[in-house]
Design a protein around this ligand. Structure first.
Ligand code: GLU
Length: 311
């Protein structure tokens, strides 16, 4: 039996949508709907959250014609769909990984001589040297080393195997990453409760039965980390397909983000720009339709070709 395709939108409610997010969501929606798949919307609200942003994101997706079958606002069998309401699951996953011996408590602070951070000026990653690997038999022992009432907690760090992670990205083609050589053991959670982006995404994508993960190119380098987690958390579960779409830029080649003043999608819609124009402009950038075309995502389905997004 062929597996039901399940795609997802995974917005972080840090503000209103901009064209870059919408382009990734449009690609995720088209890829999934073209195969008759179901879309899930999961709200990734573990970090900084702007009050009201989650509901505005949903409203704007709806105004654009990007719908979902299950998830935030729509309910479904895998509820809740907000990460802030799923903390128990992340904690359990950490325990599961700890039992398997693939994570360990680490007392190195964020800025540590042992590495595991991006160099402040060059932006280059300084590999973690493995200082805490094998040092503590239990989390409590690591906590005692830091001190009980310091307000600082040991992190959970993942033991990365020395091997190449190989996968084929739908748009970026063949990938080969050696996380061990490039990053060393990475932090899964900075907190005993297991809060951490990589972990939460993988736990949720497994639980929600996601079969394709389509998102912006900026998340390509997290994928090998996530594949390592998949292998440990769900060894019998097929990996989803991964596809990282190019980031949309403005005429000057700058990445679109709120911080460089790009008008949000909400602002464009509120000032009367037709949703079909927003979709049409993104579709023209992807070379699915000629410039100036206005259409809905449903109408765009017949022109969608993943090939034009390939490198
Ligand atoms: N919540 C993440 C973001 O908005 C996306 C995570 C993902 O798609 O895996 O950047």
């Amino acid at each position: 039996m062929k597996q039901q395709v399940r795609g997802r939108f995974a917005p972080s409610p840090t503000g209103d949508l901009h064209a870059g997010n919408v382009f990734a969501f449009l690609a995720a929606w088209l890829s999934c709907r073209a195969k008759g798949g179901q879309m899930v919307l999961r709200m990734e609200d573990l970090g900084h959250v702007v009050p009201g942003a989650a509901d505005r994101i949903c409203r704007d997706l709806e105004r654009l014609g990007l719908d979902w079958d299950e998830g935030y606002g729509a309910g479904g069998p895998h509820a809740p769909y907000s990460q802030s309401e799923r903390l128990e699951r992340y904690k359990e996953a950490i325990q599961q990984l700890h039992k398997k011996g693939v994570v360990y408590p680490c007392i190195c602070p964020r800025h540590s001589e042992h590495g595991g951070l991006y160099a402040p000026h060059s932006g280059e990653y300084i590999r973690y040297d493995g200082f805490c690997r094998g040092r503590f038999s239990a989390y409590d022992a690591a906590q005692r080393e830091i001190g009980e009432n310091t307000g600082r907690f040991p992190a959970w760090r993942f033991k990365v195997p020395d091997e190449e992670i190989v996968f084929v990205d739908i748009f970026q083609g063949g990938q080969r990453w050696n996380v061990w050589k490039q990053h060393g053991d990475f932090v899964l959670a900075r907190h005993p409760e297991g809060l951490g982006y990589q972990l939460a995404v993988v736990v949720d994508d497994i639980a929600m039965g996601i079969t394709e993960v389509i998102r912006g190119y900026d998340l390509l380098d997290c994928t090998p980390w996530q594949i390592l987690l998949y292998r440990e958390l769900a060894p019998d579960h097929p990996l989803p397909e991964f596809g990282h779409v190019p980031l949309i830029t403005d005429a000057a080649g700058n990445r679109l983000a709120k911080r460089n003043g790009a008008a949000t999608i909400a602002a464009q819609l509120d000032s009367g720009t037709p949703p079909q124009k927003i979709i049409g402009d993104l579709a023209a950038q992807a070379r699915w339709v000629p410039a100036g075309t206005q259409l809905t995502p449903a109408e765009l389905l017949k022109y969608y070709k993943p090939e034009t997004l390939k490198k």
